[in-house]
Design a protein around this ligand. Structure first.
Ligand SMILES: Cc1ncc(C[n+]2csc(CCOP(=O)(O)OP(=O)(O)O)c2C)c(N)n1
Length: 376
């Protein structure tokens, strides 16, 4: 077995201090170490954990994700279409429930057989974590080499790998909603492009704009391709978790997340994580057109959802319904004056700019450019 604390300390020496994940009993002791000794963000699902870790990585921290192999399936979208195209290095630990030859619950049987194949198929370098401490240290060095080359590296962790480590420092983060402003007049229903124009016109040298998958990113790119923009491709629903990881690691910057209703609904658990962690430098703007506009305008189910109340109950300090572009401008300016985790909701018109192009710059170039911007 590996001495969990010593192993974690070795990782810490290499700079791995930021963790996110969803628990597994095989990883219990290592997660306890991360909660006790490092920055650990408890995610609501494993894809969210990967996205949070990705945001932290962009922000300059070596980051780690922890998950059960049954949660690897939840993480496939950001593993395949976020960290791969953007070349974001993540160190992963995936438990191996359902290991062949060991008796385990029926739900782990198939996952036990396909865990390593799944990593392989997603072109993630991996190896089994050794139960021998000295060998495990060599493995950390090897993994770190890959991470420093912008490549992710995963360890598959068998039963009984980590020695017991107690949970000693678990705080219950309490975040309160202080401002809740619902709908009180007619909606102007501006075009998304016009809303983006307002948002973009207010950015300064501290602002990072993260745009959700599809036409939001494409319209922002068309408006202005700037080094402080990131256009999500694929991995729908992951942008606000990426924003959380970035906000937590770069408190010196203002992180503006531009979300879509379909995307937010896809991974709405992330709002609970955002509210709990409550980064004051994060402004989450939802542009709700009630449709999957990017894929042909099919209805989402957002017309039944009160996102402002959901944000408030998740612990966003400020959750405000915006009716028009004037209010949008006022609210962004107000947030800049008095930063708290804020959710702004704006209903927009369906449809998008005609003849909309796509970013010509590759995702990993967008990330590298953003990192240079963050460094300056
Ligand atoms: C995981 C995943 N599922 C589906 C898609 C395909 N897809 C791309 S954008 C989009 C619609 C997004 O809807 P919304 O967030 O409301 O934004 P809008 O298109 O209306 O701007 C879909 C379904 C994807 N990229 N990723």
């Amino acid at each position: 077995m590996i001495n969990t604390k010593k192993f974690g300390e070795e990782l810490k020496k290499k700079g791995f201090t930021f963790y996110s994940g969803v628990p597994c009993s095989f990883l219990k002791s290592f997660i306890n170490f991360a909660i006790n000794e490092c920055e650990y963000v408890m995610a609501t699902n494993e894809g969210e954990a990967v996205s949070i870790a990705a945001g932290a990585s962009i922000g300059g921290k070596k980051s780690v994700v922890l998950m059960q192999n049954s949660g690897l399936t939840n993480a496939c979208s950001p593993l395949a279409s976020l960290i791969y195209p953007f070349k974001i290095p993540i160190l992963g630990f995936v438990s191996l429930r359902g290991e062949q030859g060991l008796s385990d619950e029926p739900q782990h049987e198939l996952m036990g057989q396909i865990t390593t194949q799944m990593l392989q198929m997603m072109e993630i370098h991996w190896e089994y974590l050794s139960l021998d401490f000295e060998e495990a240290l060599n493995q950390i060095n090897r993994a770190n080499g890959y991470i420093e080359q912008n490549q992710s590296y995963f360890f598959v962790v068998k039963k009984g790998t980590f020695e017991a480590e107690d949970l000693v420092r678990q705080e219950k983060k309490q975040s309160a909603n202080l401002i809740l402003q619902g709908k009180n007049k007619e909606d102007q229903l501006p075009a998304r492009f016009d809303a983006l124009k307002v948002i973009n016109s207010l950015k300064d040298t501290h602002t990072i704009q993260l745009a959700t998958t599809g036409k939001t990113g494409r319209e922002l790119y068309e408006l202005e391709d700037a080094p402080n923009n990131l256009y999500m491709v694929g991995s729908m629903g992951c942008i606000n978790s990426l924003g959380l990881g970035l906000s937590l690691t770069r408190k010196d910057r203002d992180i503006i997340v531009l979300d879509g209703d379909g995307a937010l609904l896809m991974r709405m658990g992330s709002m609970a994580t955002n509210g709990t962690n409550s980064p004051a430098n994060m402004l989450h703007i939802l542009l709700d057109n009630n449709t999957h506009d990017s894929t042909g305008g099919q209805n989402t189910v957002s017309h039944n959802i009160d996102f402002v109340n959901i944000a408030a109950s998740c612990g966003y300090t400020n959750a405000t319904y915006i009716h028009n572009l004037v209010e949008l401008e006022e609210q962004i300016k107000a947030w800049k004056q008095n930063k708290t985790l804020t959710f702004l909701y704006l209903k927009i018109a369906k449809g998008s700019k005609k003849n909309l192009g796509r970013p010509k710059i590759k995702p990993h170039e967008v990330k590298e450019r953003l990192q240079v911007f963050l460094h300056d």
